[in-house]
Design a protein around this ligand. Structure first.
Ligand SMILES: Cc1cc2nc3c(=O)[nH]c(=O)nc-3n(C[C@H](O)[C@H](O)[C@H](O)COP(=O)(O)OP(=O)(O)OC[C@H]3O[C@@H](n4cnc5c(N)ncnc54)[C@H](O)[C@@H]3O)c2cc1C
Length: 502
């Protein structure tokens, strides 16, 4: 099929979805294509830390300034995606006060509000902290729901005429002298092939930015850094807890709805597709984070997962943590003579809006049009809702609950199904909190399948869909399979073998 658009955006992470919204609000016709569902890359596999900038004030002050500026904007335009928890940077006896004092000064310099708390003040607010702590510095960190954020951007973009094709990957680029003439893409579920012509192409493929550019015979220096995380079966703290020392493994615990996420590691990879969480990473994360919250040693974990950070490497640095968390915007017209191609990569989830604004500004400049950005002013759809669990508690008992762990109502799922564009089970899970809670979908996914069957939406054999789901689920469960997690898995095995004959 032949398609034509003004702007073609490749990649449906936060950056791509943010650009689609920004351009659509400016009235510029745009199409986004994504090889998986929205959030298939780092945007769906991160910590969910709503950065205050505190984590970068000492090592990367420019990234810290971007984070705090966007933190302030997102509180206004996306309050339904954010839990305003605050965060502590905790000093332990082995950390000493030197780094803490530098940290407080660096917060001042980067305009990140920071307030020093004594040991007793910190313990009274977060009783799970180790009693050996020396002090804590409070900053405006929080928790952000990447799924709600990216999908709200996509929804708003659609309202203003933005279009997207999911499960559709770029396979090659046909070049003509100094431009990309045609983009060839393929629907990876049904095999349909597309020839897309666009005046400008934006490479928003995150960690795949270099892979994508190779199709045009170009390169960009990316370092692929894997970060692994563990999810506990309950929420351990009210606030984000960071270690007050130079960035290192196992130095952060982020509350997320009903659970806590422990992170993270930094392991250099060559390939953005094939990776897993190793037993060494699991042990290290538990050992390091339990220094701040001792209960972690005995905690029950429900899942391990990892994501690849898209780090732009301007020069070789020994440690990936030393590479800037800032973003890079490349006009390949200026850099390589390919005048209709732009790359945007690096950055953070929290800076996605700024990245989208700068990319769209560059495009407008190249197209010679005046169309100012409005994403810093216009709230996202859903901004009037309460965030996460608070919203669900409001409607508890008012309709049938499909997922008991995350209080997802049947109506909510039916609403998502009405959109009619979903292509598989994982797409539905991305759009609801189903399978994100303590049982990891063990009890709710077969109920969901019942609904899909009743409404004639289940594509293919139900047992194969369930098997696919269990195989995906298993990847996250295997690294944490000991103690009570084994008992839970035996129960699941009994259910799925006994009831469904799998
Ligand atoms: C372990 C870890 C923890 C993190 N924690 C945080 C945090 O707490 N807070 C925060 O603000 N940031 C965090 N980040 C950073 C943040 O997740 C990323 O910076 C951000 O999500 C990048 O978004 P993106 O849209 O640029 O890339 P991605 O989300 O990776 O999107 C790129 C998309 O391009 C698609 N794609 C690739 N190639 C093609 C192709 N050929 N055709 C079509 N589509 C293609 C991919 O499928 C993918 O969906 C973390 C990152 C990691 C890895």
């Amino acid at each position: 099929m032949k398609l034509q658009t003004e702007i073609l955006i490749i990649g449906g992470g936060a950056t791509g979805a943010g650009i689609l919204r920004d351009l659509s609000l400016r009235g510029i016709p745009s199409l986004l294509i994504e090889k998986g569902d929205f959030l298939s890359g780092a945007s769906g596999r991160n910590h969910g830390l709503f950065h205050s900038g505190g984590r970068y004030v000492v090592s990367d002050p420019e990234a810290a300034r971007e984070c705090i500026a966007e933190n302030r904007i997102l509180r206004k335009i996306a309050p339904h995606c954010i839990e305003e928890t605050d965060g502590f940077f905790v000093s332990l006896p082995e950390d000493g006060p030197d780094f803490r004092d530098r940290f407080i000064q660096a917060c001042k310099d980067a305009n990140v509000p920071a307030h020093l708390l004594s040991r007793d003040e910190a313990l009274s607010l977060e009783p799970g902290l180790t009693p050996t702590l020396l002090s804590a510095v409070k900053v405006p960190d929080g928790a952000i729901d990447p799924f709600e954020l990216v999908l709200s951007n996509a929804k708003d973009a659609e309202t203003y005429g933005g279009k997207f094709l999911l499960h559709t990957g770029v396979t090659s680029l046909l070049m003509e002298e100094n431009k990309v003439k045609t983009v060839l893409a393929k629907d990876l579920l049904h095999g349909e092939e597309y020839q897309i012509e666009a005046s400008h192409i934006i490479n928003a493929t995150g960690a795949w930015a270099d892979e994508f550019l190779k199709l045009a015979g170009l390169r960009v220096a990316m370092a692929l850094s894997k970060g692994s995380m563990l999810i506990t079966n309950q929420r351990l703290t009210h606030r984000v807890i960071n270690r007050c020392r130079p960035p290192s493994d196992g130095d952060i615990i982020v509350p997320n709805h009903t659970v806590s996420i422990l992170g993270t590691t930094s392991v250099r990879l060559e390939d953005a597709e094939n990776f897993e969480v190793t037993p060494q990473e699991v042990s290290r994360l538990i050992r390091e984070t339990s220094r701040m919250i001792p209960a972690i040693e005995e905690a029950r974990f429900i899942r391990a997962y990892a994501g690849i950070r898209p780090l732009f490497q301007s020069e070789e640095k020994g440690d990936d943590r030393a590479i800037s968390r800032g973003f890079v915007l490349i006009d390949h017209g200026k850099k390589d003579g390919i005048k209709n191609l732009i790359t945007i990569t690096g950055g953070k989830l929290v800076t996605y809006r700024l990245m989208a604004e700068k990319t769209s500004d560059l495009l407008c400049q190249k197209m010679g049009i005046h169309a100012p950005c409005s994403t810093h002013l216009k709230p996202l759809p859903g901004a009037g809702k309460l965030s996460g669990l608070k919203d669900r508690l409001k409607t508890l008992g008012k309709s049938e609950t499909l997922c008991d762990c995350e209080l997802v109502r049947k109506e909510e799922v039916e609403e998502v199904l009405k959109e009619g564009k979903l292509k598989n089970l994982q797409d539905i899970l991305h759009r609801t909190r189903l399978a994100k809670g303590t049982c990891q979908g063990g009890f709710c996914v077969y109920r969901l399948l019942g609904i899909l069957n009743e409404s004639g939406l289940a594509e293919g054999d139900s047992n194969n869909i369930l098997k696919g789901f269990l195989e995906e689920r298993w990847k996250g469960i295997r690294p944490i399979l000991w103690g009570s997690a084994v008992k839970e898995e035996e129960l699941m095995e009994g259910i799925y073998k006994g009831l469904f004959n799998l």
